[in-house]
Design a binder for this molecule. Structure first.
Ligand code: CDP
Ligand code: MG
Length: 767
């Protein structure tokens, strides 16, 4: 009975997202997710990647691509043929035919909206045209292109540097959070995530170093893109010399033009081939299984040279399961047919996953040309919908879902949930099959579902996510006195707006009048969510900034431990050895400290089932945060082994994410009363006696609601940092102790009026 109909949270925009999101994930849960599996597959990534590489012979080719890249960037005469190739490829793109028209339109207008099919050359070519036209050289100014996704920013920069035959990081570079591959002196063409450009406005609110800004993939309506566009409304008036180019796939474009006073729209004439759409006749119970059998069917029925297969899945976990299942299935089929017993003997398929957490060298594989000798089966998140163009796809398999951030403003819970895609997404996905020739799209849902249940378009992120981070940034940019007057393309729901402000007020970033506090001002300087900036700054006051710096960095990387399927017990034992002080945060600290003591060794990591790559990344992040602290002359002090002070500081930023024990093994969320459980990977999970009060870093919703990365706290700390919300009461245990005049344990009591208070204040501010 698992059909799309029961899980569309956007059918009724008034509905409670969290409730529906829960339903959505329940569907998945019933399909295959059991929590351990999810965590394990997360923990497994590195091992898995290596396995993928080995099985598919990626390791070797990896080198080959790098070398090819070097060759091209060296640009010596020997490679003129490849230079001709590049030139030809560039000139064959649809956007090339409009080059001069586009350039004159841009010359004559401050804002231009450019619309084009995926693959027409918007992302890779437009910036180069502007560069060739001299926009980057005038008075040392450069061109910046924003992307909503990190992977796209990286891969496009790589591609463009190759096309321009320059070294990546010099003339052409990219910058994503915690990774800057640009050179302030040389870089003229910069690909960045929209979040990075938004942060740059903090340092220079006129964005003076740019002559042109291309907001790419604007149709995605990512939160940061929306905020940037709102911000540009006033900036464009201040900087008449600045060019703004907004590019969009075919959906949504009109809105941008209207937003910027009817800016001219230009549509790049497309070249697309017909795509046949095939629906399932009945709702699919398990989309991974359905996708796998469809892919196998296609492969067996069609010659390799006929084209590649692109499978859309929701995220890393799904992709990994699909990857594993696909391998198993092919092995079965091949051993039946040809007596092939080993995967490495299968020579005509290459299965390639692509998602944002995948290491960059593996991501790059999807662009390889296998010249029709092998069939690529690419398993992607919606990143392949518009941000990356992969040539040669003839078959698309669309699971019908994607992972979306959903926020329930009433209870202030933010989570990622698997939700049905919109009609626009579905068509975009199908379109991927028709780029190089006619193709076929297999939709793993019924035609009725498509027609009746899917939304026309996805709800913009700004209307379904927590805004505390963004609002803090806007506050510190001082764009408007009253944030509700900010020129949003689409306004966020009032509830979300208020509850995000409430969160900022609760952690002390703004005062009751909605003004930024001095703490809030400092918090905005860090590229971290407000709660993390806060614990770092409180740790500075409490002389444990050294430790907190490590904890915050470790919280910013995806997975620290790994747990290979065949060695789970061993891995668990290894992990248990790191557990300290009833705290996952301190456990993470412990891992890093021990790694450092072992000279940052990769051998040490392997031995202790720790992901080396994650730790290296955490170390990089730590260094960058350290630079920010130093630039603000903030001292970095160690507290030695005083765990309590560190835990107390953690409590300072997460007091609103507290839970208290209920029964023996369960917790309830203090503020909302929602029942939550410790995640199986938590250090606290194995404890005989669970601590009565905890704060958590993240909430994960699957079949149950899990709290992840948990630390035990003293209820008095909750009161100290959450006085707006909590109070401590002593209660009489029972009749008997009451009769004796004895009192039982103290307990934290939730004060109700806090939210109304900020609500009133904000309304007052507005009045
Ligand atoms: O942005 P848009 O979808 O209009 O196209 P694009 O990303 O600029 O892609 C233009 C061409 O460059 C396509 O043929 C892509 O396959 C190719 N490309 C590539 O080979 N490698 C990349 N990393 C990015 C694009
Ligand atoms: Mg593009």
């Amino acid at each position: 009975t698992a059909s799309l109909t029961m899980v569309n949270p956007f059918r009724n925009p008034e509905s409670e997202f969290s409730l529906n999101a829960k339903k959505g994930s329940m569907l998945v849960a019933s399909r295959r997710v059991n929590m351990e599996h999810v965590q394990q597959s997360r923990d497994n990534t590195d091992v898995l990647n290596t396995a993928m590489g080995e099985v598919l012979g990626l390791e070797k080719k990896n080198k080959a691509t790098d070398e090819r890249h070097k060759e091209n960037t060296n640009g010596t005469a020997v490679y003129t043929s490849s230079r001709d190739d590049i030139k030809r490829t560039r000139e064959e793109l649809p956007v090339f035919r409009c080059r001069s028209q586009l350039l004159s339109l841009i010359r004559e207008n401050q804002v231009v909206v450019i619309i084009g099919e995926t693959g027409s050359g918007k992302t890779t070519q437009l910036a180069q045209y502007l560069y060739e036209e001299g926009y980057a050289n005038s008075k040392g100014k450069s061109i910046v292109v924003t992307q909503p996704r990190r992977v796209a920013a990286m891969s496009v920069a790589k591609r463009v540097s190759m096309e321009m035959e320059v070294t990546l990081g010099k003339e052409v570079g990219y910058s994503i959070r915690f990774e800057d591959m640009t050179d302030p002196e040389y870089t003229k063409l910069k690909f960045v995530t929209d979040g990075i450009l938004l942060r740059e406005t903090l340092l220079d609110d006129a964005l003076d170093r740019y002559s042109c800004i291309i907001i790419d993939e604007a149709h995605e309506r990512s939160l940061n893109t929306d905020i940037l566009l709102g911000f540009f409304k006033s900036l464009l008036a201040r900087r008449r010399d600045l060019k703004l180019i907004i590019t969009s796939a075919t959906m949504n474009a009109k809105k941008f033009s209207t937003f910027f006073g009817n800016a001219p729209q230009f549509t790049i004439p497309g070249r697309t081939f017909p795509v046949q759409t095939i629906y399932t006749s009945n709702p699919v119970q398990d989309y991974v299984e359905a996708a796998v059998s469809q892919a196998v069917k296609i492969h067996l029925a069609n010659d390799c040279s006929s084209g590649d297969i692109l499978i859309f899945m929701t995220g890393q976990e799904d992709i990994e399961t699909t990857f594993d299942t696909l391998r198993e299935r092919f092995l079965q089929v091949y051993s039946k047919k040809f007596g092939t017993a080993k995967l490495e003997e299968i020579k005509d398929i290459e299965i390639l996953p692509i998602y944002s957490a995948l290491p960059a060298d593996l991501q790059f594989k999807i662009f390889q040309d296998l010249h029709g000798t092998k069939r690529k089966i690419i398993i992607a998140t919606n990143i392949a919908e518009t941000s990356l163009t992969i040539e040669g796809i003839k078959y698309v398999i669309d699971c019908g879902y994607s992972k979306l951030k959903v926020y329930n403003p009433k209870v202030g819970l933010d989570s990622l949930a698997i939700t049905p895609i919109s009609k626009a997404n579905a068509d975009q996905r199908s379109g991927r099959a028709g780029r190089t020739g006619p193709g076929t799209a297999y939709r793993l849902y019924t035609e009725d579902t498509f027609k009746e249940d899917m939304y026309l378009q996805t709800i913009p992120e700004i209307q379904r996510t927590n805004l505390s981070n963004t609002l803090l940034l806007l506050k510190s940019l001082n764009v408007t006195e009253d944030l509700s007057k900010f020129p949003f393309i689409d306004k966020p729901p009032l509830q979300t707006f208020l509850s995000s402000l409430y969160e900022l007020w609760f952690i002390g970033a703004i005062d009751a009048k909605g003004q930024l506090t001095s703490l809030g001002l400092k918090m905005a300087k860090f590229p971290l969510q407000p709660s993390l900036s806060k614990i770092l700054l409180i740790a500075v006051q409490n002389s444990c900034s050294d430790e907190m710096l490590t904890i915050v960095s470790m919280l910013s990387v995806p997975q620290v431990f790994y747990r290979p399927k065949e060695r789970q017990k061993e891995a668990d034992i290894a992990r248990n050895k790191f557990f300290i002080a009833k705290s996952d945060h301190l456990t993470l600290l412990n891992v890093f400290v021990q790694w450092r003591a072992n000279k940052f060794s990769s051998h040490w990591c392997n031995k202790h089932f720790v992901q080396y790559k994650s730790l290296v990344r955490a170390r990089d992040i730590r260094d960058q945060l350290l630079t920010i602290l130093k630039s603000q002359k903030i001292p970095v002090i160690s507290s030695g082994k005083d765990w309590d002070i560190i835990k107390k500081c953690i409590c300072s930023g997460f007091a609103h994410q507290a839970a208290k024990i209920s029964g023996l093994r369960n917790y309830v969320h203090l503020k909302t009363g929602v029942s939550v459980q410790l995640h199986p990977t938590s250090a606290l999970h194995g404890l005989g006696d669970l601590p009565p009060y905890v704060v958590y870093h993240e909430l994960l919703m699957t079949s149950k609601e899990y709290i992840c990365c948990v630390t035990s706290v003293d209820p008095f700390w909750l009161m100290e940092y959450g006085a707006l919300l909590y109070d401590i009461k002593r209660i009489q245990n029972n009749q008997e102790s009451a009769a004796k005049g004895l009192f039982g344990e103290q307990y934290v009591h939730v004060v109700d009026q806090a939210e109304d208070e900020v609500d009133m204040n904000i309304r007052r501010c507005k009045a």
